[in-house]
Structure formats: C-alpha cells, structure tokens
Design a protein around this ligand. Structure first.
Ligand code: ASP
Length: 414
C-alpha cells in the first residue's frame, strides 16, 4: 500500500493563507462580510486567546532558564561578557533600524489605517510617557503583573528570580530544576498552539480581507518589503563594519563565507537547526573553534537581530492599522521590549511571532492584530532567521579577534 504523504505545517499555512484570501475576496465582493465577522472571526479569536494565554509563562520561564544558563558565563569569563555585549549592542541597533524604516514607511502614508467598525473592533491605546513607563516596569504585585500580562514587569520578575536562584546556589537547585521542567512543558504547549495556526490563519485572513477589501493584501506586501529593507541595511551596515573593523575580514569575503548558513537559515527558518552549518562557516572564516562552540549555540538562543527588526516593523504597522501613532516614550518602550523579546525568542520557526505579542501588549496594541500578519509570518521569518544566524557568525569572528589581541598583548608584556 502507498504511504500517504503528510503535508508540513508551512505548507498548511500557505494553503490556509491562500484559501483565506480567496474566501475573503468572495465575501467582500458578494457583500457578505458579516458572515466572516459572525462565524469565522470567533474561531480566529480562540487561536489568538491561546497565544495570549501562553505568552506570560513562555516569557517567564524562558527568561529564567536563559539567566540560569548565563550562570555559566562566569566560567567562560572574558569570552562570555564580550559575546553578550556584542549581542545586546547589535540587537539594540537592529531595533532602531527597524523602527526608523517603519516610521519612514508610516510617514509616507504606506501603512494604512483600517476602517474600524462602529463600536470599535479594537480599542485605541492611550499613549504613556517615558517616566510613567519607567515606573510601570517595576511590579508592586507579582500576581497582578501576570494577571495583566504586563510583559516588562514579567521580565523584571524573571530577572530577579533568575538572579536569586543563581545566588542561592545549591539551596536554589530545586527551584532551578522546577523552572527547567516547567519550561519543557510550556515548550510543548507552544508547539501545540503553533500547530493550530493554519486554522487561525484561514479564519482571520478571510475576515480581514472580507471586511477591509483587497487593498489590505497590498499593505501586507509593503510591510514585508519594509522589514526586508531593514534586514539588508542591518546586514550591510552592522555586519560589514564589524567584519571589517573588528574581525579584519573583507565584508564580501565574510558574506561569501557565511552564505551556506544564511541560505540554510532562510529555508529552515530555525537558527537552532542551522547550528551545524553555522559552525562550519565560522570555522572556514577563521573563527576559533572553542569560541564558536560557545558563541553560536548561545547566539542561536538569545541573539536575534532579524527578529528585533521584524518586531519593531510589525508593531509600528499594526499600531498604524488601528490608528495609533506611537509617542517617543512608546518608541523607547518598543526598542527595550523588542530587544528583550528577541532575547527571549527560541531559535525555532515562528517563535518571533509569539514574542511579538509581548511587544504589542506592552504598548497597548491589541494582540488580535497579530492575525493580520500571521498569515505571512513565514515570509518575515525566512529573512529574520537569515539575519539572526549571520549575526551569530559575525560575533564569533569578532570575539576570536579580540581574544587574539588580548593574548598578543599579554605575550608582549611578559
Ligand atoms: N525563526 C527565528 C530563528 O530561529 C526565530 C523567530 O521566529 O524570530 O532564529
């Protein structure tokens, strides 16, 4: 008997996307958009609710696990802190680049505002100023932070607990084991929710296109274009410069050497799955193997420049769709939250989209808006993963060079 071939999740997502658009167009032109609002949108809402429901535990546990892993940083000393500083600085630059291009596109009027129905489909967020945001980061009640899904507060809680578990040493081991085990369970839950995404994509895409008309499809093309401009500018600017200035490698040689990993990341949409190829590329480009073995796995877990750009662009786009113009305080919040969110993003396909919920929640953009871009998330994901992996290889080369210089200086002194 012939074995039935199972379609992969990405294939199902594409089918759901196309089917949703087709049904949406039919309903739009037939003047029966209400059908999608009454019967399809509620199903999409269930999917979005599941996303909202897992975002707090995912952020809490993945952050604590990340900090516990960082506890080993002390062991690797100077390589450890140089790596983390490189990751943080490049991710923050990525956020600024993403925000800049998104604001240019928004300013040019290329991000439309959705025609919201009477009775407001989404409430508009009130803009907060920077000092309020700063004070608001620190929770006065832990449970309230979870209850309100206040993501910056959840991160602060994770930082405190992570740090204190490490400080407690042997006595904190039980809690550390509990967190590790809880994260394994949450990861399973996350995979389950992601596996339901074709249903969410189909119903929400049909509803969005039926109620907004064909112009929304063009808007999606534009926002993808905006993210890709950000990816390319970041690669050319940050990685070329760091290859040239810090690693003393010709940028063209760098990109040629990293190409295999970039191509693999682009198609697999997973930094973690690309690890063996990245290691090969880093080795060929002259990275120290010990340093690569430390930097690359850590980078695949916490260094996500592409994801940071995507989160900033998507946030401005979705905010614009619901008529929210971000204040300066909110933009700073986006940079801080997107940097942290990208650190918390797992190096697997589609994880950046779950963390986007955290950025949106933080600045008051309804999480339901994610469904508008969810259908095309794979297209964003290919580019962002490619950038994420390139950043890891670039870091490995820079740290190798810095360590070489340090050793040379030491030898000269002796
Ligand atoms: N797919 C990305 C990666 O593995 C993470 C993300 O979804 O942003 O690097």
């Amino acid at each position: 008997m012939k074995e039935k071939k199972k379609l992969s999740l990405p294939a199902w997502i594409v089918i759901a996307l196309v089917a949703g658009i087709v049904l949406g167009l039919i309903c739009y032109f037939a003047g029966i958009a209400d059908f999608t609002t009454n019967y399809l949108k509620p199903i999409g809402t269930i999917f979005v609710n599941l996303l909202k429901f897992i975002v707090v535990p995912v952020v809490l546990f993945s952050m604590i696990v990340g900090i516990l892993d960082m506890g080993d940083l002390k062991k690797v000393g100077s390589v450890g802190w140089k790596t983390v500083v490189y990751f943080l600085v490049t991710t923050a630059i990525a956020c600024v680049i993403g925000l800049l291009f998104a604001k240019i596109f928004e300013g040019a009027g290329w991000f439309p505002t959705l025609a919201l129905e009477e009775g407001a489909v989404w409430e508009k967020a009130t803009s907060a100023n920077f000092m309020d945001t700063l004070v608001g980061i620190f929770p006065s009640n832990m449970w309230q932070a979870f209850f309100d899904a206040n993501m910056l507060q959840v991160i602060v809680i994770a930082l405190f607990f992570g740090g204190c578990i490490l400080a407690a040493g042997e006595k904190g081991k039980l809690v550390a084991d509990f967190v590790g085990s809880a994260y394994a369970v949450i990861e399973k839950l996350m995979n389950f929710v992601i596996s339901l995404s074709p249903i969410g994509v189909f119903t929400m895409m049909a509803w969005v296109v039926a109620t907004q008309g064909p112009s929304i499809i063009g808007a999606l093309g534009i926002v993808i274009g905006c993210a890709y401009i950000g990816y390319v500018v970041h690669a050319v600017l940050v990685y070329s410069l760091s290859a040239k200035i810090f690693a003393h490698i010709n940028p063209l040689k760098f990109f040629k050497g990293a190409f295999a990993a970039m191509a693999f990341a682009f198609t697999s949409t997973s930094s973690a799955a690309t690890l063996p190829v990245s290691k090969d590329c880093a080795h060929e480009l002259g990275s120290d193997d010990d340093i690569a073995s430390f930097v690359l796995p850590l980078g695949a877990t916490i260094n996500m420049d592409g994801t940071a750009i995507y989160q900033c662009v998507a946030t401005v786009f979705l905010a614009a769709l619901c008529g929210i113009n971000l204040s300066l305080g909110q933009m700073i919040t986006v940079v801080v939250t997107a940097t942290l969110a990208s650190i918390g993003t797992a190096g697997v396909s589609g994880a950046g989209m779950i963390m986007l919920a955290m950025v949106l929640t933080q600045i008051g953009v309804p999480v339901d808006m994610i469904m508008i871009i969810y259908g095309v998330d794979r297209l964003f994901d290919m580019g962002r993963t490619c950038l994420n992996v390139t950043g890891d290889i670039s870091c490995s080369l820079c740290v190798t060079e810095w360590e070489k210089n340090k050793a040379a200086k030491k030898a000269a002194k002796a």
